[in-house]
Design a protein around this ligand. Sequence first.
Ligand code: PLP
Length: 412
Amino acid sequence: MIPRLKASLGLKELLSALSFSKKNAILAFEKRFADLMKARYALAFPYGRTALSLGIEALHIQNKEIICPAYTCVVVAHAITYSNNTAVFVDSCPFTYNMDLTLVEKAINENTGAIIVTSIFGTPVDLEKITDIQNKYPHIKIIQDCAHSFGAEWQGNLVSNHGDFAIYGLNISKIMTSIFGGMLTANNFEIYQQIKTYRDKKLRENSFKKSLMRCLYFLSVYIAFNKTIYSIIYGLEKRGWLNRFVKYYDDSRIDMPKDYLEKMTPIEARVGLAQCDKYESIIHHRKKLARYYENKLKDYPFLKLPAMNAGATFSHFVIQTKLAAEIISYFEENNIQLGTLIDYHIPSMRAYQKNPYFSQQVSESLPGQMINLPIHTGVSQKDAEKIIDTFRAFFSIYTHSLQVDNAHSRSS
Ligand SMILES: *Cc1c(COP(=O)(O)O)cnc(C)c1O
């Protein structure tokens, strides 16, 4: 079985998680994270969405419009709403799936407080165009959502270091993980101070219960990612038994986890610290595998491959195809699990139907057409070859069935 998702958690993370006597793990994680991202400052949060919401509040952006992608993780819209601002959605560019920056200009008005720029799936946003917007509207804050784009570069410059601050998600589905958790990086001292002071005022101490639950969650994930046991979990997921835990959004609700204002726990910081040592090799693996997939799949019709920007870091290797459902079930029969991120469109969700939306009819058609290939560090070269062979087999059956259909329609 090749799972769609597998955090790179090894003995090192386990030992680090269990080093209960280690002091100042959170400060150490922040410092190490800032170094990795080549940023001056980093601040730890319980979730990426908390970093976003409190970062906006700390900069005194209130009762404003905040522009964000229509096609992104729904928690971004929730974080904007929780900060007492209105999310204004902007459609995607059909090639990169990033927010279309020409449309962003149309969405800007005198009440715009900030723009959340996202390098979705790790494909870097065009920093030159963003600089143009900044020069034209210097009072509008630029926030980089780097939850998908750790280390992504636009022409050699890290997207995370462009703008007022950047946020990152660190749950187990992200490029690197601290179990749950989020980070914020900034390079301007005043902005850093302002957000740090505000964060320290708003976040309460984490409870013993939370630390214990995080520890148990970590141990169960650690075990679940073990090859043999993963197939059991996968079986449960397939039967829908895990939906209660896996499906994390409700179309009509805007909410946050109960502990979203409780500090990151030290056990999370210790896991995060151990992950920092692997960061370079994780990114290297993803880039290499993406090149391999692209090279092997580029000649198939019916598959629209990612934009393959040189600075992309591939949180997901996404393929757009009308055959998504057929491909997913064929792969499932062959014990390969494909991802379907992002399988919703925020402006169409009941909770956000009244928010402004600048559309060019791109992102509304993406849910149901997106598949992503396993690209985590658990995918070996042999696994990658199996994935390519499975595509070949799928298309040979599929084109054969098309020919049979054609022959039928001609003869009837
Ligand atoms: C995961 C994610 C976030 C926030 O992460 P959490 O830690 O789950 O709050 C923000 N933006 C995008 C695009 C994400 O995928």
